[in-house]
Design a protein around this ligand. Structure first.
Ligand SMILES: Cc1cc2nc3c(=O)[nH]c(=O)nc-3n(C[C@H](O)[C@H](O)[C@H](O)COP(=O)(O)OP(=O)(O)OC[C@H]3O[C@@H](n4cnc5c(N)ncnc54)[C@H](O)[C@@H]3O)c2cc1C
Length: 291
């Protein structure tokens, strides 16, 4: 049965979940179903599917979420971004999402397309994600569980921890039930973040996002676009082996196992894995941690 994530939270003190990006081709989508078929054997509490950068995958995300829920009988969190959509369009998209039997939405702002530096809302669109959260909640009351994005190191365009905390609080006060975090590699960043949120009165679950390192150069590139930092200790481990795929994979799994176990042992309410649509790093990590 497809459940709201908040109902899953009532049953489980901690959850683990897998995120997949929406492929652009039919062949890619078919491969994704095979990948998910393997990963659901690990018993995740929910899955999530991204909304392509710049709003590029629109209907595809809803189709994939629908298929995953039907094929694997597991709750899927549908990512949705404000970018490129008017409020009226978003109203229609959310209705379609509801009609497809989806009960969980991750409400996001989105980033400008590659090459465009500054974020600009379109006429008739939203400026910030909390406005999307507010719209979903106002139109559909308690039908959806709503998630938001959290940034342990502060969002890259935000000038202070204080403001970053204030904006997450705004998302929660507008109706978000929980947050999933951006990737990070130093668990202290996550726990300091949780302390800041608690001080601001946020008691909702903030689930750490985990990216297994499988390709160091791609990681450096990705972190430069999303604003996550690569600590010196991570550079020191991975830079010397960056041309050795096998060694990077093995070391990446070992690093993630330690990071995940450290998070769980110190009270994190679960783990959200950025799978990059791959089976293996995540399967190996899950098998090696005490959930
Ligand atoms: C778990 C996770 C999943 C993601 N999935 C996707 C995806 O599927 N597709 C995609 O395109 N992107 C995705 N992203 C990336 C996300 O869209 C970007 O990180 C984006 O830059 C910020 O999104 P947001 O929802 O936090 O935006 P917002 O909450 O709107 O914040 C954006 C910026 O505005 C500032 N801000 C917020 N509220 C206010 C306010 N009231 N006044 C002034 N400033 C404010 C914030 O500090 C921040 O700098 C994901 C991120 C995470 C962490």
């Amino acid at each position: 049965m497809i459940k709201k994530i908040t109902d899953i939270f009532k049953e489980k003190p901690r959850t683990y979940s897998f995120e997949f990006f929406s492929p652009k081709t039919d062949a890619g989508i078919a491969r994704l179903y095979d990948t998910v078929g393997e990963l659901v054997k690990l018993g995740p509490d929910f899955l999530s599917v991204t909304y392509g950068a710049g709003g590029s995958t629109r209907e595809t995300t809803t189709k994939i979420v629908d298929q995953l829920q039907k094929r694997f009988d597991v709750s899927v969190l549908h990512h949705l971004t404000c970018i490129g959509h008017t409020k009226d369009e978003l109203t229609g998209i959310i209705s379609n999402i509801k009609q497809a039997g989806v009960k969980n939405i991750l409400a996001l702002r989105g980033d400008p397309p590659v090459g465009v530096k500054e974020w600009k809302k379109i006429p008739g669109g939203f400026e910030y994600s909390y406005q999307l959260v507010d719209m979903i909640r106002s139109l559909h009351k308690d039908y959806f569980s709503i998630g938001a994005a959290g940034f342990p190191e502060c969002h890259m365009n935000c000038s202070s921890y204080e403001l970053d905390t204030k904006y997450l609080k705004l998302k929660i006060d507008s109706g978000a039930d929980f947050a999933l975090t951006q990737l990070f590699f130093d668990n202290n960043d996550y726990f300091k973040y949780i302390d800041r949120l608690k001080k601001a009165g946020i008691k909702n679950r903030v689930i750490p996002g985990i990216l297994p390192i499988v390709n160091y150069e791609k990681l450096v590139n990705f972190c430069s676009t999303c604003g996550a930092s690569i600590p010196d200790k991570v550079r020191a481990i991975f830079e010397p082996i960056k041309d050795n795929e096998k060694a990077t994979h093995k070391t990446g799994v070992e690093f993630a196992v330690k990071q995940c176990q450290g998070l769980l042992d110190s009270g994190a309410p679960g783990l959200h894995f950025y799978t990059l649509n791959r089976i293996d790093p995540v399967r190996e990590i899950i098998k090696n941690i005490k959930l």
